[in-house]
Write a new protein. Structure first.
Length: 202
């Protein structure tokens, strides 16, 4: 068997989803949606606000709010990540960081008057050492980041100011790495998802 044939065979292998690994499989499914549909890998992608959405394919957030601008980014922490948020100047802006197990590493509310720097690194051995608000250690290689910027959707000037702030958030890495996740079996993932959802009906 040639190396190319072996590569194709390996790509066809799927990993079964059980309740024990469901969290990671579901997180990877969501991450992959953002990467493949929105192009959110290694950078922040700013989504249209609710009034500007023309197609259901543009929905990346379930039940979007009219007064919120959403940004998302999936990052590979094989290289340390630095996120820089400019002064918010009175706007509400939050930055949420989640790992592959759906654990929220932290939520940052940047300063109104000065620049805020957030550092995120990957270390399985020091995962619990999140003592500083602007320095976080992830136990997993990939993180999912969400920025929410509040605005007045009925005020075009306010909306444009919020957009300027939203698009001024920077991310810096020496290398963005690659997005490489297991080929999760879709049937067993759906089965686990339905089983968990059925518990909510009890």
């Amino acid at each position: 068997m040639s190396s190319e044939q072996q590569t194709l065979k390996d790509a066809e292998k799927t990993e079964t989803v059980y309740l024990s690994n469901y969290r990671r499989a579901e997180t990877h499914f969501t991450m992959n949606q953002y990467v493949s549909k929105a192009g959110s890998f290694g950078k922040f992608v700013h989504q249209p606000n609710l009034q500007e959405i023309k197609s259901k394919d543009q929905y990346q957030v379930v039940r979007m709010n009219r007064d919120t601008l959403y940004s998302s980014g999936i990052f590979d922490l094989t290289a340390p990540l630095k996120i820089t948020v400019p002064p918010t100047q009175g706007f509400y802006l939050s930055l949420e960081i989640l790992d592959e197990e759906q654990y929220v590493l932290g939520v940052i509310y940047p300063d109104e008057t000065r620049e805020t720097n957030v550092d995120v690194v990957w270390s399985e051995s020091n995962a619990a050492d999140n003592k500083q608000q602007t320095a976080f250690v992830s136990p997993t290689r990939y993180i999912f980041t969400i920025i929410r910027t509040l605005t007045n959707p009925n005020d075009q000037n306010d909306l444009e100011r919020a957009r300027t702030l939203q698009q001024s958030v920077r991310c810096d890495q020496s290398a963005i790495g690659e997005f490489k996740i297991p080929n999760w079996d879709s049937k067993s993932l759906t089965k686990c998802r339905q089983a968990i959802s059925s518990l909510l009906e009890c």
